[in-house]
Design a protein around this ligand. Sequence first.
Ligand SMILES: [Zn+2]
Length: 559
Amino acid sequence: MRRLFTLCAAVLLSVAAFAQSKGYGWPMDLKPVSFSSTYGELRRNHFHAGLDWRTGGRSGERLYSIKEGYVCRLSVSPVGYGNAVYIQHPDGTMSVYGHMASFRDDLAQRVLREQYDKKSYRVVIYPSPDDFPVEKGDFIGLSGNSGSSGGPHLHMEIRKEGDNLPVNYLADGTYPVTDTKKPVINRVGFYAFEDSSAVPVVRRLQMVSNPDKYKGTVAVSDKFYVAIDAVDHMDGTGGRMAVERYRVYLDSEKIFDFKVGDVPYSKGRYYACLVQQGEKGHDLLKTWCPPNNGLLYKVEADNDGIICLEDEGTHTLKVVVADCFGNSSSCSFSVRRDPSIKVFEPADTVGRLAALWYVPTVYSSDGMTLTIPAASLNASAYIKCEKVSRADPSLGRYSDVWTIGDGNIHLQRPLRIRLSTAKVPAGLSDKAYIAQRDDKGELSYAGNTPVEGGLEAETRFGTFLVAVDTVAPQLVPRVKDGDKLPSDGRFSIEANDRGCGVAQFDASWDGEWILSQYVGGRIQIYPDKRHRTGRTHNVMVSATDHCGNSSTIRFEVIY
Ligand SMILES: [Zn+2]
C-alpha cells in the first residue's frame, strides 16, 4: 500500500512538473482526462483543429482559462462552435473553448447587451484587452453541447501565429497524457487509376479488411494508388482517434509520407483532397494527391502518390501508421501488375460531362444550365448530368428533374444550377424555388435567385427541380396559452415548413424585440430577468419561408 502511494505521488509530481513546464493548466477539473476525438481526424469538409474533451456525457462542467491573458473574442451561433470563448495569451498563442452551455456572468451580460443592440442571436464580439483579463485557472463558463455538436463535450484548440494555425497540443507535450496503445490499420484499399485523357478515371480494385492477416497477392493495374483506414486508440478512452502519420513503402523505398499537423485555417478545406470516401462514413486517407490541393506541400509523394510497377514481378507494398506518441503499426502486401485490368470503359463517360478542374465548366440543355466554377473540383472528373424525369405540374414537378454529379465527388465551392420556370403558372411565379430531392423523394430548398426565364441556386451535387410552395410555416407553441413559464423563462415554438423551409423568424415580448433562435425545427425564446415581473405577457412569433409565405401567432404567458 505504501509503495503504491509513493508511486502515485511520484506520478502526480511528474505530471505537475510537466504541465508547469509548458505553462498551461487544465481546462476542467474532471479527471481522468479522456478524448472523444483528436486533432486532424479525417473529415470531409473541414480540418478538425482541436481536441474533443469528454465531459462525462453531460453539460455543466466548469471550464477554466488554461493560461493568463484576456478574452479577445466571444461568439454565439446556432451552428459551428455555438457559444465560444477565445483567450489571447501573452506568448502569442490563443486558446479556444467551443460548444459551451453558458458564459461566466460578466461575459454573458456583455453578450446579451450585444444581442439586444444588434437584435440578433448570432453575435461575434472582440473585447479589448482591459475588458476581461484572465489568470490561469480563472472560471470562464460551463461546458455544453451548443452549435454543431453531436453530444456534450468541450472542443478546445490552441492556436499560434495569432489566429491562423491550430496546433496538435496532444503531440507537443502540453498535457501529460499517456498513450501506449498502437494505432490499428482496419482496411487498405487498392484503386486503379487511368489518366490517358485529361480526365482521370478511378476504379476500386480490392478492399482488404484485417490487412495484417491477408496472405494473397493483390493484382494491380498499370497505375494505382492505395487508401488507408486506420484509427488510433489511447489509454483510458474507447474513442477512434486520428493517426498522426501515414507512410507507404514500395520494396522498402518510401514513396508516400503524410504527417497531420500545422494546417492553417485558410487551407483546412483542402483536407478533403486527402480523403477517399468510404462506405458508412468510414473514410480512408489516399496516397493519390489530386491537383487542386493546397496541402500538397504537406505531403511527400512520388508521382503524386500514383504507383507504377516497372515489371510484372511480385513487389512488396508496406503501410506504416503512427500516432503522435511514437506507437506504430504496419502491414505488408504482395502486389503484382496485371496488364489485363481495364480501368477506362467508354461507357463510363456516357451522359457525363468531362469537367476540367482548372477552368469553369458550363453546360446547357433543355432549360437547364449547370456552371461549375474553376477550382471547385479537387481533380478533373466525369460529372453525371442526366434528366431523370419530365416536368409534370400535376405531380409538383414544375421543371424537368436533373441529377447532377454524385455524392462521391467533393466540391470545394458551390456549383450553380439554373432551371427554366416556363411550366410555372403566372400566378405562382413568386412561389417557385429550386428544390433538391433526396433518395426518399423529400424536397429541400436549394435556392430561388431570379434570372432571365428561370431561377438559379448555388448548391452541391444532387437531384434538382423547380417546385412551388404556397403554404406558410406552421407554428405550434410548446406552452399553452396563459401558462406559467419555468424559472429560466425558456420556451419554444415548433416551426415547420413542409415546402421550402423557414427562412426568417421574429419574436416579440409585450411589443418589444426578444432574443430567440431557430434550431432543430423550433424557435427558442430566451426571456431574462428583466422580463420577469410575475405578470402576464403578450408573446408574438412570426416565421416566413423562402417563398415569402408567412404566419404569425400570438399568445400569453405568465413570467
Ligand atoms: Zn471538436
